[in-house]
Design a protein around this ligand. Structure first.
Ligand SMILES: Cc1ncc(COP(=O)(O)O)c(C=O)c1O
Length: 392
């Protein structure tokens, strides 16, 4: 997450709190949360439509999520990947079936950036090429490789003296640029099918299909970064399902553990077949607790029909929330952008003053909604009524 994306409406931190001063923070003093509400020290109950950067997909204190955490913690808190465990196999099986994309091998990691780092490494190694193509507006994480393919990182925060490979960016929606930039020397193209930090920018089926086709022509591998848009957020398991475009590698995190930190890299059969012992590794990735939570999250999403809920409520949002300062909506499902006539940070501040937490984005006129999948119609109605009462 880029600090600039949430820099609006923040409060100054105490100079002696011993924390690295790298985060802008909301002016919100949260003590606890339950369901889809945050509770503040001064007694406010705030509807959370931002979900901790898209993590809290099941809201707070979901009973089955808590039960899975406790059961696994009591049974086996941790073991390394050096021992075979059923819970790891169950999580990988459940996740690949949920995806239904034929990407049936999983490498579990800890963060979105780490999953992307490993995806890029595999793609470069597998093709033996050294150029990576990314999309303007992208955000892929803070590590050396993930930051190298993040739009604007070099001028803002990258910090490494050079990128680990050559990088070229394609403008969003520019089909001619795909044909020009993705070439026989391209190892891989990495893309967020719906860009998150950029402001819920839906790249659409035509652009994603053109990337797929050009990768096929040139022998480049296609990586979908679904760290933010995946795991049901668009109303489908992954945006790949939504657009009918299957990548060779897919990364996901955030909602994957719905609050338990974990990430996953899903691989096509040909890529999985190239892997051998020691090619990838991590201490914490794919630990039993993380895997129990992945299994539980998929189970809850499926058994509570939450994809359907996201589709219904995001349609309600589109129908009712283009009011007050909002002139249009963009994005997909619960990765939604409310395009505002006035600066987004002003609208976000006014919503927060009326007990609704939303996010901003790289676009100064987009308020970002990353709502929990367990929302109900009354919450969308509350958002619509609150927006309608704001100055346009
Ligand atoms: C699309 C995308 N990729 C990667 C990342 C990085 O994930 P993490 O912060 O878990 O490393 C993010 C974080 O916001 C993201 O939105």
């Amino acid at each position: 997450m880029s600090p600039t994306a949430i820099a609006a409406n923040t409060t100054a931190r105490a100079p002696d709190d011993h924390l690295a001063p790298v985060y802008a923070q909301f002016a919100l003093d949260i003590v606890d949360a339950s369901g889809v509400h945050l509770h503040t020290r001064d007694g406010r109950r705030v509807l959370d439509l931002y979900g901790g950067h898209a993590v809290a997909a099941l809201g707070y204190g979901h009973p089955r999520w808590l039960a899975a955490l406790e059961t696994q913690a009591r049974s086996l808190l941790f073991q390394s990947n050096a021992v075979p465990l059923d819970v790891l196999v169950r999580a990988a099986t459940r996740l690949t079936r949920f995806a239904g994309l034929g990407l049936d091998t999983v490498f579990f990691a800890n963060t979105g950036a780490e999953a992307n780092e490993n995806a890029l490494k595999l793609a470069l190694k597998s093709t033996g090429r050294r150029k990576v193509v990314a999309i303007e507006g992208s955000f892929h994480g803070r590590t050396a490789a993930a930051g190298a393919v993040t739009w604007g990182a070099a001028s803002k925060w990258y910090g490494f003296p050079q990128t680990p490979f050559d990088v070229e960016f394609v403008p969003r929606g520019d089909l001619a640029a795909i044909a020009r930039v993705v070439a026989d020397d391209t190892a891989t193209v990495i893309v967020e099918p719906v860009q998150g930090v950029a402001g819920a920018v839906d790249l659409g089926a035509a652009f994603l299909s053109a990337l797929r086709a050009r990768c096929n022509e040139t022998g480049a591998l296609l990586i979908f970064d679904e760290v933010q848009c995946g795991m049901g957020r668009t109303g489908q398991p992954f945006a790949a399902n939504l657009y009918g475009v299957t990548p060779d590698l897919l990364t996901t995190a955030k909602a994957l553990g719905a609050g338990f930190p974990c990430a996953a890299l899903l691989l096509s059969a040909p890529l999985a077949a190239q892997l051998k012992t020691d090619d990838l590794g991590t201490t914490f990735g794919g630990g039993p607790l993380a895997c129990a939570m992945v299994e539980a999250v998929v189970d809850i999403i499926e058994s509570e029909n939450l994809l359907d809920n996201v589709r219904r409520l995001s349609a309600q949002m589109r129908e009712t929330c283009i009011v007050g300062p909002v002139v249009a909506m963009q994005g997909a499902g619960f990765l939604a952008g409310l395009r505002t006539r006035r600066p987004a940070r002003d609208v976000q501040r006014e919503l927060l003053a009326r007990d609704i937490l939303t996010g901003t984005s790289g676009d100064p006129h987009v308020v970002r909604i990353l709502a929990p999948f367990v929302l109900d119609t009354s919450h969308i109605a509350q958002l619509a009524a609150t927006l309608a009462a704001l100055p346009s």
